[in-house]
Design a binder for this molecule. Structure first.
Ligand SMILES: CC(C)(COP(=O)(O)OP(=O)(O)OC[C@H]1O[C@@H](n2cnc3c(N)ncnc32)[C@H](O)[C@@H]1OP(=O)(O)O)[C@@H](O)C(=O)NCCC(=O)NCCS
Length: 184
């Protein structure tokens, strides 16, 4: 039986996804302060370094979510993080998010990391099986949208003007994959 308490290492051609650890704090800290990452994820919050370290160190203990470091397989270097969260066992649904650092983008790593996690969630988690995986992506992030469509997420609605960024409102697209999509 596999649940979100299990922390896998997933290996693709370009990336290796592995459980997050305290030593990832430095890279996470850098990414969280990257202006483009902040804009594309619409992040308004601030973080304290100590809190972030505790966050990274404690991901391995979480039983209702998955926080994996994305590493570049060719170098072993940190590329970013991918997260399964908001696990709702009653409805067998969960959420997805990903953020790669500046050096890792536009090289196919995000597409492969997303595909690996989607496959893991639907094909390996079985106690209970996941039926729905959803995400939100802002209209200022066409690359994110392209990657999610490529991997099989379908747009299912728009949260109008959900984000206020630099004085402008932006829509958030809600996208999902449900188990039935996987057999089409
Ligand atoms: C979004 C993200 C995960 C994508 O991963 P990536 O490794 O950069 O993307 P990939 O190289 O795998 O693929 C990018 C695809 O988008 C396409 N693309 C790039 N810029 C684009 C644009 N402005 N408009 C449309 N498509 C675009 C590329 O052509 C490519 O598609 P292709 O393989 O069919 O040619 C990554 O860029 C990232 O984490 N960005 C910062 C944070 C973020 O945006 N997180 C997501 C929040 S919802």
């Amino acid at each position: 039986m596999t649940t979100f308490a299990d922390k896998p290492t997933l290996t693709g051609k370009l990336v290796v996804l592995r459980p997050m650890v305290a030593d990832d704090t430095e890279h996470m800290w850098a990414d969280l302060h990257d202006a483009e990452t902040i804009r594309l994820t619409g992040s308004h919050g601030t973080f304290e370094r100590r809190q972030l370290e505790q966050w990274c160190a404690s991901r391995i203990e979480q039983t209702d979510r998955l926080d994996l470091a994305v590493t570049d397989r060719s170098t072993g270097e940190w590329a970013g993080e991918v997260v399964i969260n908001d696990w709702d066992p009653d409805n067998r649904s969960c959420g997805f998010r990903i953020a790669l650092g500046p050096a890792a983008r536009n090289r196919g790593l995000g597409t492969e990391a997303t595909q690996l996690v989607v496959d893991y969630v639907f094909d390996q988690i079985d106690d209970p099986p996941v039926n729905r995986l959803s995400l939100e992506v802002y209209d200022l992030n066409p690359r994110g949208l392209a990657v999610y469509e490529k991997v099989g997420f379908r747009s299912e609605g728009v949260l109008r003007q959900a984000l206020l960024w630099a004085g402008d409102f932006h829509d958030a697209m809600v996208m999902s994959i449900i188990r039935a999509d996987r057999s089409l």
